[in-house]
Design a protein around this ligand. Structure first.
Ligand code: FUB
Length: 374
């Protein structure tokens, strides 16, 4: 990007951050929060602006339950409890609770349902409540979340509620056989549910290559196949794995594995799976190169064939998303750090997602509208 263009983008983002803090998005006012202008007039939940501005949110997993759109994000803290934590291991993401958000319609209101689950109420967890997801089955809502256990090892837990907004009650222990982070639970059209998970570096996926935890393990060499996300079928009651996790293969158009050195295309973290026209779409973050990309398969467990980019890099190091159909339109929920300028205080946004006739997805520049306006 040219320097003058980049400067212009930074100015726009800073201005947008101030605007958002002032009166954009979904403002908190008690437990139910109308998205209102300063004069009290209700406005739409605008695309590409923070959907909530009085708490920092990230890693949005969006689902439609009972005709309403629920968003299950990470909740970034206002202040770091340990300002010296190593950023190499994602130590700056020190979340201690989760909130659930919901939207009736994009021309309506956004609600912050308050604290849905706290670190203090999860018996096995020690720190870092990272990117969660949720699912529904037979009258029960399931909230899946990663956290480091008391030995500093990432595991994935589950909590349940009768209400999609929680509060959720955590199980005594993490899901047996789970490791690493960023769970995405996909419920297929036949009712079978699968958890996709994993993330490199701070997400510790490399440490499990032997099947057991080996701290600080190196990943594959640049010309070796990259590590893929893991997948496990969920049990009928959604509380455990029905099968041991296996690795998902992500291949190029010739069927060759995406290599670890191919940082524009290889999996890093933030798996999300959705189904469109009978095909499975696995989307994920490329981490170090900051793209959201996707790969497609005819079967849920892959192999997945790499197709292209969904979202260009956002402001901030991390990029994480979900894709959801709501009232006949497809949406991408994502985050950036434009509300604070700090990578560990992020804000959730959404934008429309467009498929081409051949099923490919159009790449989104999240700041395109602002660039056009200026
Ligand atoms: O929010 C903490 C971590 O940052 C998530 O688990 C990753 O996907 C990245 O967004």
């Amino acid at each position: 990007m040219r320097a003058d263009k980049q400067l212009k983008r930074i100015v726009i983002l800073v201005l947008m951050g101030f605007t958002a803090i002032g009166f954009g998005g979904c403002q908190t006012n008690g437990s139910t929060n109308a998205n209102q202008e300063a004069d009290g007039k209700e406005v739409t939940v605008l695309p590409n602006t923070p959907i909530i501005t009085d708490i920092f949110t990230a890693d949005p997993s969006a689902h439609v339950f009972d005709g309403q759109l629920y968003i299950y994000p990470s909740h970034d803290p206002d202040e770091l409890t340990d300002p010296n934590a190593s950023s190499d291991e994602g130590g700056q993401y020190q979340m201690t609770d989760y909130h659930v958000l919901s939207i009736d319609s994009f021309s309506g209101t956004c609600t912050d349902h308050g604290v849905a689950l706290s670190l203090a109420d999860i018996p096995w967890a020690g720190q870092q409540l990272w990117a969660p997801d949720a699912a529904y089955k037979k009258g029960k809502y399931f909230f899946y979340f990663p956290a480091k256990d008391k030995d500093g090892i990432f595991r994935i837990g589950v909590a349940t509620s009768k209400n999609p907004a929680g509060p959720f009650t955590a199980e005594e222990s993490y899901i047996a056989g789970s490791f690493s982070m960023d769970p995405c639970v996909f419920v297929d059209t036949d009712g079978a549910a699968y958890m996709f998970f994993g993330g490199l570096d701070g997400g510790q996926l490399e440490d499990w290559q032997t099947g057991a935890y080996v701290k600080d393990s190196a990943g594959p060499g640049k010309s070796e196949a990259a590590l893929g996300p893991m997948v496990a079928k969920m049990s009928e009651d959604m509380l455990s794995f029905a099968s041991a996790p296996t690795e998902i293969a992500i291949v190029d158009e010739n069927g060759d594995p995406i290599m670890a050195g191919d940082e524009n295309r290889r999996f890093f973290e933030a798996s999300w799976v959705h189904k469109y026209n009978g095909k499975y779409y696995l989307s994920y973050s490329t981490g170090t190169t900051h793209f959201l990309v996707y790969a497609v398969s005819d079967t849920v467990t892959g192999p997945y064939v790499y197709k292209g980019q969904i979202l260009e890099p956002v402001q901030g190091w991390t990029t994480h998303h979900s894709i959801v159909e709501f009232n006949g339109e497809w949406y991408l929920f994502y985050h950036d750090d434009s509300l604070s300028g700090l990578d560990y205080r992020r804000c959730v946004k959404y934008t429309k997602l467009t498929y081409n006739e051949d099923g490919t997805i159009q790449t989104i520049d999240p700041y395109a509208d602002m660039a056009e306006e200026n």
